[in-house]
Design a protein around this ligand. Sequence first.
Ligand SMILES: [Zn+2]
Length: 388
Amino acid sequence: MKANREWIIKGIALAVWIGILISSGIAFAQHRQYKETVVLGEGVTQVKTLGDYFEPIKGTTNDCNIYILDSGVPGGTLLIMAAVHAEEPATNLAAQLIVENAGVTTGRVLVAIHENRSASTVTRPGDAYPQFYTVKTEWGEKKFRMGDRWANPLDSWPDPETYVHYPSGQMLAYMDTRNMNRTWPGRANGSLAEQTSYAFMRLIEQENVSLTIDLHEAELEYPIIGTIVAHQGALNVAAMASMMLTAQEFPIGMEISPLALHGLSHREIGDYSNSPCILLESPEPFLDRVRGVTDEALLLTGKDEFVMKAGEKGLLYWPIDENGWSIDIRVARHVRTVEKLTELWTRFHADTAMVFSGLPSYEEMVDNGVGHYFTDPATVSANRLAFE
Ligand SMILES: [Zn+2]
């Protein structure tokens, strides 16, 4: 009789366990397969994919869209890369805002909204990350995938004991073989992230890119925050942008890319191509270790009393108060900094000029919110839609 009851309890426990496995498996699959919709703005003249520049990437998870905004007027080429770390949502939102709204009057602008697509197909369930977030627009809610810092192990497995960066030989943590900001300049037969970096280097070569901008966000406990990190090939542009933006619009620092720290975009892209690279960081309290509840609200508002407390104790490298750091401000910082850097690049390099038109001002983006700049996909024809 007692033995029977034990078996019943074990049976129920097994059934509950299988139920959890199935329901979480379905949730993971739905997240991985969800496609974000992008409305091609009037400035978009062509959509290629990364695999067009390096065949082995074709058809893989990381064969991301490359949006081309070509003015038809000779000039330089700007490459904007976003969401290399897919848990930094202001980056892909800023890139998508540019794709949906920007015009270009001189030169060309190339945009990758999900630079490491694989990383946007997985989150950190162990850290209680939400799988999705939604942005309010005038026509309803627009849904996006939250992601992770590293490519999905489903696409890139197994990790090595130690990740040895190619070609420097610098030793890094094992999981950084999936971190695309540690795999530049990449290698043709390496891990998925290394191959993706390699493919972007071929894109930079084949499209004769003049300047590359890599968008990021960081925790306030991290010293590289609210700043522009520049390769030595673009120091004048970065320093001038930092001074002008800080004096006129919002505070943003400037740092020089360290020479001996390998695998990062702002170091290797400039060293291995003709395009200097500039990396931008905005403040994302969601990433702070000391944060409270890790939910969509924190992701979007950047308000957190525990992070604020850490600030009071002098533990942060960036200020925070009860207003937090909203997604609208973070996106506005990125879009404006990209535009300012481009403007200054053109001033210093008239032969590779690149000029944006139609981008909203910092105040407009903060006041209207990022959702204001996304077009209702239902109002455009199917050939003006793309999926991420
Ligand atoms: Zn990052």
